[in-house]
Design a protein around this ligand. Structure first.
Ligand SMILES: [Mg+2]
Length: 456
């Protein structure tokens, strides 16, 4: 898969140069010359990777990075910061802003392609898992527990024959809350090791063993197959680093190791690996975590509740008030009784289609259950919501529903709907739903096939 890469740099010559390098490797390049443009392109084009210059007039790279990571629509896109600053603290600032990696300018081609290759492999796994999740959790939003799991200290195995290097990297890692084990300690305690390894730190330069053999071993052995391998190597040992990356090493760090960089890279790799693990578990759990109703493709009750809470919070924080439309198919039980459940399912599907083509993109259409539907209308006044509900009602009544494709049998379907609007600070999702249902009841009592709203 050839990735689309967004290159953000304020200097035209830099953009051109990077574009040429990437296109030579068959990547597709998108360009942005400032932070504002970068945010727009990232959201609309959804590139696979973003290369982000730090020093830009106006919004600098750190700020762009924070905003991209703060927006659910772009938070999953890996960001590589390009910094002309050689101070370790400046590079690490990028990782703290949420960047996934960084490169120092002038960008070294080898390092650039190594990082992009690693991110590409990671993306491929994450994308596949997100797709398989069937639930359309497009934002990649994580629960609090899951976020906590991403930040927990890592179990790290250090493979290096030089005891001095081990000491030098052990202290800062343990101070940062990680558990460190050498190969000898691991062998001695293998029976006691219950927590799976997160990371192998593998020294490539000046070693007595064959580091590439070890790299391949970790990659192919069951218990360490999904571990992140960070190789540590001297800048002169490029060739062996390239081979290690080919064998599945996930990241590279230059020796002598700078502790801050080591800690930042360990944190990034741990987060990435655990994110993939979380997605994997979600796929396993499957439908339980699904947010989509399988019959109609609309959002289910679980997602509805999440979104109600979210938009209520935004309304309370001073956004325009939200509204909800509770809709219920009239005499639906009779459809099932007279024509069977298959016909009933077809009605539900067609009903869902007609709602979907009659709402705005920002509206959230849910099927909490049975013949009940709920449309969450963010930033929508009660009047506007009533007009929208009326448009849906007409679309349902306008044409009969086909319930059998063989015979072409059609029946008339109508819908009743109740509208409720956020009333202020102490309003709750439960109260809003109650008011919408009350309005729906009024519409049913008044003869069905109509829209009602009730004052709070
Ligand atoms: Mg610049």
């Amino acid at each position: 898969m050839s990735a689309r890469i967004l290159v953000v740099d304020d200097i035209l010559a830099n953009r051109r140069l990077m574009q040429a390098k990437l296109e030579a490797k068959y990547y597709t390049v998108l360009l942005a010359e400032n932070g504002v443009q970068a945010l727009q392109v990232a959201e609309t084009e959804q590139p696979e990777i973003i290369l982000l210059d730090v020093m830009m007039p106006g919004m600098d790279g750190y700020e762009v990075c924070r905003r991209l990571k703060g927006n659910p629509a772009t938070s999953h896109i890996p960001i590589v910061m390009l910094t002309a600053l050689s101070e370790a603290s400046d590079r690490i600032r990028g990782l703290e802003a949420g960047a996934d990696d960084f490169l120092t300018k002038p960008v070294d081609d080898f390092a650039l392609m190594a990082r992009i290759g690693a991110l590409n492999r990671y993306n491929a796994v994450a994308l596949e898992l997100r797709k398989r999740e069937a639930s359309g959790v497009k934002s990649g939003a994580l629960s609090e527990d899951e976020n906590e799991a991403l930040e927990r200290g890592a179990n790290i195995l250090v493979v290096d024959t030089n005891p001095r290097t081990i000491r030098e990297i052990r202290y800062p890692l343990e101070a940062a809350g990680h558990s460190v084990l050498t190969l000898e300690e691991a062998e001695g305690r293998s029976a006691l090791m219950t927590d799976p390894l997160d990371i192998v730190l593998l020294a490539l330069s000046d070693q007595a063993y064959d580091p590439l053999r070890l790299c391949a071993h970790f990659r192919t052995t069951g218990s360490t197959r999904s571990v992140s391998i960070i190789v540590m190597a001297h800048d002169r040992d490029r060739e062996i680093v390239a081979k290690a990356l080919d064998l599945g090493a996930t990241d590279v760090i230059s020796t002598p190791v700078i502790p801050e960089e080591l800690i930042a890279r360990v944190a990034t790799q741990t987060r990435r690996a655990r994110y993939v693990e979380i997605l994997r578990q979600r796929v396993d759990k499957g439908l339980e975590l699904s947010v989509v109703d399988q019959l109609t493709g609309l959002y289910n009750r679980r997602y509805m509740n999440n979104q109600m809470a979210l938009w209520l919070r935004r309304s309370a924080q001073g956004g325009s008030p939200m509204s909800v439309v509770s809709a219920d198919i009239d005499h639906f039980k009779a459809v099932n009784d007279m024509y069977g459940h298959e016909a009933g399912d077809r009605v539900l599907q067609e009903f869902a289609n007609r709602i979907m083509v009659n709402v705005r993109p920002k509206d959230i259409v849910c099927r909490p259950g049975g013949e009940e539907f709920l449309v969450i209308m963010p930033e929508t006044s009660g009047d506007l919501a009533c007009t929208a509900a009326e448009r849906i009602r007409r679309a349902i009544a306008a044409e009969p529903f086909e319930i059998d494709s063989a015979s072409g049998k059609e029946i008339d379907i109508t819908v009743s709907a109740g509208v409720a609007t956020y009333t202020g600070d102490d309003d709750t999702a439960a109260d809003m739903l109650k008011r919408a249902d009350k309005a729906l009841y009024v519409a049913k009592s008044a003869g069905r096939n109509q829209v009602k709203s009730v004052a709070a």
